[in-house]
Design a protein around this ligand. Structure first.
Ligand code: AMP
Ligand code: ZN
Length: 144
């Protein structure tokens, strides 16, 4: 537990939350500033800062629990779709530095859904740049 971490406090029951489900290693609760009706968060009970330092078993558990809950968003809330979102780093919109997965139900009814795509889909990228970025990450990964 990290002493100044709001999500550690929620997991410990020391800060209020609207809890949804708990497993041995994960805790799920409603997001206090929802982007859509039913927007919730799944966190590992054990503190990790972000995607880079979370142990593989905690990450797997969070992803599987996110899937389990997401499936129920369709029947429980009448969602038409779901987005899973993780933000890693302040420049990627991370504001709470305890790893979490957003489970965001999506609705055709825009009264329930305030999300909009933040990028322009369908705009073709620069082929040379795409190729050179693929080459540098392949090298970093040790791929032949
Ligand atoms: P992120 O920007 O990916 O770090 O997301 C942090 C999320 O945590 C935001 O959607 C906040 O609304 C949510 N949040 C922050 N504090 C609380 C809290 N005390 N209870 C529930 N959700 C919270
Ligand atoms: Zn924490």
């Amino acid at each position: 537990m990290s002493s100044d971490c709001i999500f550690c406090a929620i997991v410990a029951g020391a800060a209020p939350s609207a809890p949804i489900a708990e497993t041995e290693s994960t805790f799920a609760f409603m997001d206090i500033r929802p982007g859509s009706d039913g927007h919730l968060l799944v966190v590992p009970k054990r503190h990790s800062t972000d995607l880079r330092d979370i142990p593989a078993e905690d990450l797997s558990a969070v992803v599987l629990e996110s899937q389990r809950i997401a499936k129920h968003a369709f029947d429980a809330w009448g969602a038409d779709g779901v987005n899973l979102l993780n933000c890693c780093g302040a420049d990627a919109w991370q504001t709470v530095f305890h790893f979490h997965m957003h489970v965001i139900p999506r609705y055709r009814d825009k009264d329930k859904d305030r999300l909009r795509l933040p990028f322009e889909p369908g705009v073709r990228g620069d082929q040379e740049l795409i190729g050179s970025l693929a080459a540098s990450i392949r090298a970093a990964l040790g791929e032949g």
